[in-house]
Design a protein around this ligand. Structure first.
Ligand SMILES: [Zn+2]
Length: 111
């Protein structure tokens, strides 16, 4: 159990391999939950809001694990592959902006 509450800043502790591994394990567990299966069955990409087959969606962390993001329902969203890949090519500012736009235009993914 991490007691560090400064997850919003880039900190060497965030890239601690043990922490990343723990969060990856947690993500793997979440993939088996009904919550995640429901999201996949709904098939809506969080970023472009288009509909996909469950097999075409990937699990995406809004805040990357290496930046202190956690594997929990608030930080994990379904993403189509093009969006997931495009995300890595744009600046964090662009990504954050698009994320805000996506949140404004659709709140149907809120649990
Ligand atoms: Zn998409």
């Amino acid at each position: 159990m991490a007691k560090d509450d400064s997850y919003h800043v880039l900190d060497p502790a965030h890239t601690d391999p043990a922490r990343i591994k723990k969060e990856r394990d947690q993500a793997r567990k979440l993939k088996k939950t009904q919550w995640w299966l429901d999201l996949l069955n709904r098939g809506i990409c969080h970023h472009c809001q288009n509909k996909f087959k469950a097999s075409e969606l990937t699990m995406d962390h809004l805040i990357p694990l290496a930046r202190g993001g956690k594997s929990n329902r608030g930080n994990i969203v379904p993403s189509c592959r093009p969006c997931n890949q495009a995300k890595h090519l744009e600046s964090p500012v662009d990504a954050a902006f698009r994320q805000l736009e996506a949140e404004k235009s659709g709140s149907q993914n809120e649990d």
